[in-house]
Design a protein around this ligand. Structure first.
Ligand SMILES: *Cc1c(COP(=O)(O)O)cnc(C)c1O
Length: 369
């Protein structure tokens, strides 16, 4: 069955994918995409969607009375939807900005003319409590639980306490943290938790999921409508009967259903994050002797971000792609030459890890790193 999970590059070569999304999928999940998308305005499809909602709420441990919506968009669409539908012009918003995803939230606030302040974190560094002092009178806080660009998993317990003490609404982008790191929406007191199909859920791209607490639901109900396609009011209304306002990525939703049930059958979200933690640990142990320095002082299980001591990160990415048929995850912008990342999410085995570690050791032997 192994052949089924193979992913090919543009020239038809089989690749191993260690990026952070889209990632490799379980062969059983791929079986679904071998078929045409079924018609979806049926009670049968609604049942699947209602089951998806129930499973996702259970997996993020959403509080009683929460709802989940499924938007056909990449993760950024869900970030924008939350900014537009949950917040309003009365809000004063704190944006934790430690990399490109934090910067994206700040950009969204600016675009939608929200009163906001960015809390800058040094790239790769944990957020500290004192960075939040003086912001107690704010009304909402936006955070990417795992800032995927640097590999920092934020201290969510500290952030949740700060928000709870000061009655601040907490919106969590857990797109790359969901299933990779422990996530408990109720314990965090989060109003919204965003996840996506193409990260640790390891389905095709196209769907972003948002779990919404009763507090978020109330805000959405009261806020004036800002948009149509990303409207949470409309999504919630149709969601009551297991439907979506517009044609969704039907096949991806079917993949999600199969995947969620499989994760549940194997012990739930905790068991899945423990499995991913082991894949990450195996990789990190394997590269200890190589000339790389970890970038993140608080790494997530989802990714290892590394700074090559001698070589260009961009060159390492290119050589692994062209000569070893392996994709690692390059960084963009100002870190393109200095940082690369290795993802641990998706259908990755220890054998795959070994191939990547061996390739990196080979680069060292060749004097390329
Ligand atoms: C992947 C990711 C997103 C979404 O990116 P898209 O390309 O829009 O799917 C958002 N936030 C974080 C933290 C991510 O890792």
């Amino acid at each position: 069955m192994r052949f089924l999970m193979i992913v090919k590059n543009e020239k038809g070569r089989n690749m191993l994918n260690f990026t952070v999304g889209p990632v490799m999928s379980d062969p059983e999940i791929l079986e679904i995409t071998g078929e045409s998308a079924p018609y979806f305005r049926t009670p049968e499809f609604s049942d699947i969607m209602l089951e998806n909602e129930k499973l996702i709420l259970e997996m993020v441990h959403a509080p009683e009375g929460s709802k989940a919506v499924f938007l056909t968009t990449s993760g950024t669409g869900a970030m924008e939807s939350c900014v537009m539908n949950i917040l309003n012009d009365q809000d004063k918003v704190i944006v934790i900005n430690g990399g490109s995803f934090g910067a994206r939230f700040a950009e969204l606030c600016k675009l939608h003319k929200l009163d906001h302040t960015g809390v800058k974190c040094e790239f790769g560094k944990q957020l500290r409590r004192e960075q939040l002092s003086g912001l107690e009178d704010y009304t909402a806080l936006l955070i990417n639980m795992h800032e995927t660009s640097s590999g920092v998993l934020y201290d969510m317990k500290m952030v949740a306490e700060f928000c709870r003490e000061n009655n601040i609404l907490l919106i969590v982008d857990a797109i790359s943290a969901f299933l990779a790191d422990e996530l408990d929406m109720e314990a965090l007191g989060a109003s919204a938790v965003i996840t996506g199909s193409q990260k640790a859920l390891a389905a095709f791209p196209g769907i972003s999921l948002i779990a919404l607490s009763p507090e978020a639901l109330e805000r959405i109900e009261k806020n004036p409508e800002q948009c149509m396609y990303l409207s949470l009011k409309l999504a919630l209304l149709d969601g009551k009967r297991g439907q979506t306002p517009f044609t969704p990525a039907v096949s991806t939703l079917l993949q999600i259903n199969k995947r969620l049930k499989k994760i549940m059958a194997r012990g739930g979200a905790k068991a899945e994050s423990a499995r991913i933690a082991k894949v990450a640990e195996d990789f990190r142990n394997g590269i200890k002797e190589l000339p790389f320095e970890p970038v993140s002082d608080s790494p997530s299980n989802a990714v290892t971000s590394l700074r090559p001591l001698k070589a260009s990160a961009k060159d390492i990415f290119r050589i692994l792609k062209d000569e070893y048929d392996i994709w690692i995850c390059p960084n963009g912008g100002q870190y393109a030459e200095t940082v690369f990342r290795v993802g641990h999410i998706g259908y990755i085995t220890d054998e795959d890890n070994k191939k990547l570690i061996d390739a990196l050791k080979d680069l060292e032997r060749r004097g390329l790193i």
